[in-house]
Design a protein around this ligand. Structure first.
Ligand code: DAH
Length: 344
């Protein structure tokens, strides 16, 4: 070991540990001065080189360079480790800095409407019923007094899972089969609502979708009349649209499973009947169908139509959402664009 290396030796031994223990950037600057500054180890060793024999000078020069590199590297490492500490008190972790946050999702608009409706009907003493989305011919059609030749069965409307009578299997075209399943499994009186997905053989466009949602209502008891149907509908639409001045309109219609049947409309929630874009200037918005349960339906499920009466209605959930929020494209519910969904 030559004279220059002798000078470097204690510095080489001390530098990495001393630098790693430094607690601040100020301390690092102080250590840099000690090891590399004027009068420091590197400077004194360089000074000693000129007194060495020429063959030793190259070795000594390399030793000084290596020492400088060692100190620089140690200083850089320690500075990087101290970096995040600069903002706050200590420990290298700034607890006051806040996080990136977690984006919270929420229920889909249709699910929100569904739950709201469930709540309203539960408040009226109803219970929520469910049925399968893949349904047999009996429940979707036959028991609902829809004969085989009825247009609702034509290939245009129904999505078939298995063809052929009577074991035909379909994707339910409405929530009305849940009426049948509920009555088959329970004795009257019955007060249920059945929300859920329904399917039709439609091409997706602004107004049509092969999958959509409906809610069905069924009340069966002794002495039920049309007045009960009207009163129930009026109560729930006022709650749903949060508007006491809302009016309902019933116009004669036909459904095989109700007699008499009616089409249900409410006064437009935007113009209150004077006519606007949403209600196509009519002042009314159609919601769905309703009526008194047809005696043939009671017979199909084994109820005595002389003893029991009932009403039923059904309508689309997307339609409710579209009316309430002025949405004019049904496909926006299903294409999963978060920018649309996040608004509701
Ligand atoms: N199922 C009918 C449809 O999909 C809606 C409907 C009409 C349901 C009359 C009913 C009802 O319960 O009584 O268009």
């Amino acid at each position: 070991m030559n004279r220059a290396e002798e000078i470097l030796e204690p510095g080489r031994a001390a530098a990495p540990g001393a630098i790693a223990r430094a607690a601040s950037t100020a301390e690092l600057e102080e250590l840099r001065r000690q090891f590399l500054g004027k009068g420091g180890y590197a400077a004194r060793a360089t000074e000693a080189i000129k007194d060495l024999e020429p063959p030793e000078r190259a070795t000594a020069g390399r030793a000084v360079s290596e020492f400088k590199e060692l100190v620089e590297r140690s200083l850089e490492d320690r500075a990087a480790a101290l970096e995040p500490e600069s903002g706050a008190g200590g420990g290298g972790l700034d607890l006051t800095g806040g996080g990136h946050g977690v984006r919270r999702g929420h229920l889909h608009l249709v699910t929100q409407i569904q739950r709201e409706l469930e709540d309203i009907f539960i408040g009226l003493g109803y219970r929520v019923a469910e049925g399968p989305e893949v349904e047999d011919d009996w429940h979707n059609f036959e028991a609902l007094n829809i004969p085989p030749a009825h247009p609702a069965r034509s290939m245009q409307d129904t999505l078939y899972v298995r063809l052929g009578e009577p074991e035909q299997v379909v994707l339910r075209t409405h929530t009305s089969p849940v009426q049948i399943r509920t009555m088959e499994a329970n004795e009257p009186p019955i007060y249920v609502v059945a929300p859920g997905r329904t399917y039709r053989n439609e091409t997706l466009d602004a107004r049509h979708s092969p999958v959509f949602h409906q809610i069905e209502c069924l009340a069966v008891d002794r002495g039920i009349t049309l007045a009960d149907l009207f009163g129930t509908i009026e109560t729930f639409v006022k709650q749903l649209f949060d508007d006491e001045s809302l009016r309902t309109r019933f116009r004669s219609d036909f459904f095989p499973y109700t007699e008499p049947s009616a089409e249900l409309a409410v006064s437009c929630i935007f113009c209150h009947g004077s006519g606007c874009r949403v209600c196509s200037q009519s002042g009314w918005i159609e919601l769905g169908g309703c009526g008194m349960v047809d005696p043939n339906v009671f017979v199909a499920v084994g109820y005595d139509p002389e003893e029991w009466q009932g009403f039923a209605f059904g309508f689309g959930l997307e339609r409710i959402a579209m009316i309430r929020y002025g949405i004019d494209e049904i496909r926006t519910f299903f294409d999963g664009d978060i920018r649309f969904l996040a608004q509701y």
